[in-house]
Design a protein around this ligand. Structure first.
Ligand code: HEM
Length: 489
């Protein structure tokens, strides 16, 4: 029999009535398991970053399904179908651009999440298994990026597969088999695209969903790691970084003022008001101001960590703003300035309301005391999710996904370049040659996956010297330098 736990469950029972009894589930237990208090430091986005790639993955699934209605996975028609999505299908350019930018943001946020786990040593005992599961997720995310890019069948994406299959075929012992499997034969041909398509829309998403489920399950079993530092003197100082360094209230207020300014510009600005006027139509310029204003209002609300109702109100307005934006885009309509002003005023009031309520959330409840997963944490995630929607919309408006020339297997391009997240490896390949690059990639991969055990060994050899952290800093800087180096040549 289900056991009652807490007023919340009783309320659900009372309002849900018999409906709940139809399901033989212990709702009290479920509420207990899903609503364990979250440690205070998770209020900071940096420490709760894992939710962001999960959210972006949902956006990828949604936009990917929409794209699959028009994409034709055959070598003869793939490129033309992407061209049709970009230029003919209503909103095709929008969905494709969101899919592209969300993919890039997903990779960036997975890497950032990995950095936070690494530098806060959250992979240490007993969380080694979740680190390994995370490595699987990193592989899946990168592979989704690679296979997705190869589907476009433009020159660089085609030649990217050629270089990748060369790399794979040089893997000791199993390289030949792996490369043949990847290409679907001895040469790149129609089978290659079918394989990339299957991997991209079927196999990899399913593995990713399973791994995310496992990742969260293991996380729930261990609980999120607490913040611990080898030097106890710095412990109380640490989590209030943003507040201490910059003053959250001031930032929040500035963002609110900026938001109102942008929205006023959206209402009044002539197209010549912005440098983008040469590129964008007056409608798009206005939309750009609107999106910028909304982003600033979001930042303001996020920084203020206002009261739940204020945030929900703000959330509703944000969704309405996005809806209006899309409506304008379809109908190319210009809204009356009074409409913009009304929107600016409501957004501004909401943001200032958030500032006023900040004390209650941070000081009243205690910045570092545990808080409820639902609704407190979920609302923060919703805020971040909405902010990301705005960011993606902005990127899409300013840098819509384009299409380069069609793949030509007979003409090698002057400069072959993979996507930015493989720049590190590509630079390594250029510096060391094919064979060494393959071996180095393998060694680095094994080191990343086995890092919790390497770190434990380093701790044993030189306790409390934080050798692992220094190695991490060097590795991170190398990744950055190689990536920027490759990007600039
Ligand atoms: C699609 C990719 C990923 C998703 C959706 C994801 C999701 C999450 C979430 C929601 C958390 C809870 C805490 C937080 O939000 O930071 C978490 C924690 C964790 N993640 Fe990930 N993660 C991903 C990739 C990775 C990667 C690449 C690694 C490392 C190689 C990793 C290792 C860990 C570990 C060890 C924890 C426990 C940290 C702690 O207890 O403080 N994850 N992950």
């Amino acid at each position: 029999m289900a056991h009652e736990s807490g007023a919340g469950t009783q309320h659900v029972r009372a309002t849900g009535g018999r409906l709940w009894q139809l399901l033989p589930v212990d709702w009290g237990k479920i509420q207990e398991v899903t609503n364990e208090p979250v440690p205070g430091h998770i209020k900071r986005w940096w420490f709760a970053l894992g939710g962001t790639p999960a959210y972006l993955f949902l956006i990828q699934i949604t936009t990917g399904i929409l794209l699959s209605f028009y994409y034709v996975p055959s070598q003869d028609h793939a490129y033309d179908s992407v061209a049709a999505i970009t230029h003919v299908v209503p909103f095709g350019w929008f969905v494709r651009s969101i899919h592209k930018w969300a993919a890039n943001l997903m990779i960036i946020t997975v890497l950032l999440h990995m950095c936070r786990v690494f530098f806060s040593c959250a992979f240490r005992h007993p969380r080694q298994v979740n680190w390994v599961v995370g490595c699987g997720l990193l592989m899946c995310t990168l592979s989704l990026g690679f296979t997705g890019y190869s589907l476009i069948q433009e020159q660089l994406s085609y030649w990217g597969i050629t270089v990748a299959s060369e790399l794979v075929s040089n893997v000791p012992f199993i390289g030949g088999i792996l490369a043949t499997f990847m290409r679907g034969g001895e040469e790149i041909g129609p089978n290659t695209l079918t394989r990339m398509f299957n991997l991209h829309v079927g196999i990899l998403p399913v593995i990713t969903i399973l791994l995310i489920g496992l990742h969260i399950a293991v996380l729930r079993l261990h609980g999120v790691s607490e913040l611990t530092f080898s030097d106890p003197r710095i412990q109380p100082e640490h989590p209030r970084l943003a507040k201490d360094l910059l003053g959250v209230k001031l930032l929040s207020l500035l963002a609110a003022i900026g938001a109102i300014g942008c929205l006023a510009a959206a209402a009044f600005a002539k197209s010549s008001f912005t440098m983008l006027a040469r590129e964008l139509s007056p409608e798009s310029t206005r939309l750009l101001w609107l999106v910028l204003g909304a982003i600033l209002a979001t930042a303001s609300a996020l920084l203020s960590r206002g009261h739940m109702y204020g945030l929900l109100l703000w959330f509703g307005i944000s969704i309405m703003t996005i809806a209006k934006l899309l409506f304008d885009l379809t109908h190319q309509e210009a809204l009356h300035p009074a409409g913009w002003i009304a929107m600016a005023v409501v957004l501004g009031i909401t943001a200032v309301y958030g500032v006023v309520r900040q004390n209650r959330f941070i000081e009243g409840k205690g910045a570092d005391k545990p808080f409820n997963f639902f609704p407190d944490h979920i609302i923060s995630e919703l805020l971040i999710g909405t902010l990301l929607l705005f960011l993606l919309t902005l990127m899409t408006l300013v840098f819509p996904a384009e299409l380069a020339e069609k793949a030509n297997p007979l003409v090698t391009p002057d400069h072959i370049k993979p996507e930015w997240y493989f720049f590190f490896q590509f630079r390594m390949l250029k510096l060391t040659g094919l064979n060494t690059a393959v071996v180095l990639s393998g060694v680095l991969g094994v080191m990343v996956v086995g890092w919790p055990w390497i770190d434990a060994l380093l701790e044993k050899i030189a306790p409390k010297r934080d050798l692992g952290i220094y190695i991490g800093i060097v590795a991170f800087l190398m990744f950055l330098v190689f990536t920027v180096w490759e990007a600039t040549v």
